[in-house]
Design a protein around this ligand. Structure first.
Ligand code: NI
Length: 202
């Protein structure tokens, strides 16, 4: 009888330790290996930000409460992946018709050095009239990238001596009216799939 109690106590301790590990950031990867970002947990993607829009106005995440944010991180000099993602976002929002007005498409630069408000303004407008372009200080951009688990790194541009390009994560995030992560897409998500999933989330 005593042995049984002892074994039960040990089992309880082991379960407790696993549960404690599982709630630590990054523990999921340690326990189960890397998985799709949607399964990592809503709380771990997103967070507060304090940036500047394409008109030079200060903007925070709180300004978007009550609306859906469709967010993509990239840079205006990006030759192909960023434009494809932004085109997809704009097309998906338009495909929803009037319902799409609940979603604000947002482009956050990972290259604040070149992507000033003046550089962002014509760029985002070329994709959608309601596109918001956000930039900030290097520290502000680093903070928001970290919050969204976005990786971005400056690399030498082999095609243009003396210039640079950016390696960066290419994920489109849908954040809910409460600012929390809802789901994500990639620049390769088919338009129909994305529009259908957005419609379901609204
Ligand atoms: Ni890009």
């Amino acid at each position: 009888m005593r042995l049984r109690l002892f074994i039960l106590a040990l089992a309880g301790l082991a379960l407790g330790a696993i549960a404690a590990l599982a709630v630590l950031p990054g523990a999921r990867e340690r326990l189960f290996g890397p998985g799709p970002i949607a399964t990592i947990g809503q709380a771990l993607v997103g967070g507060p930000f304090s940036l500047v829009d394409q008109d030079g106005r200060p903007v925070t995440d709180a300004d978007f409460r009550g609306r859906f944010m469709l967010i993509y991180f990239g840079f205006t000099f990006c030759p192909d992946v960023c434009p494809a993602a932004l085109q997809l976002m704009a097309a998906a929002v338009d495909k929803l018709g009037a319902k799409g007005d609940q979603i604000t498409p947002i482009f956050i630069t990972v290259d604040p050095e070149r992507d000033t408000p003046d550089a962002l303004k014509p760029y985002v407008a070329s994709f959608h009239a309601r596109f918001v372009g956000l930039t900030g200080t290097s520290a502000d951009i680093q903070d928001v990238a970290r919050a969204y688990r976005v990786y971005a790194r400056k690399v030498k541009d082999e095609t243009a001596p003396g210039s640079y390009t950016m390696d960066h994560t290419s994920i489109i995030y849908l954040m809910g009216p409460d600012g929390r992560f809802v789901t994500h897409f990639t620049s390769g998500t088919p338009l129909e799939t994305m529009a259908a999933q957005l419609a379901k989330a609204l």
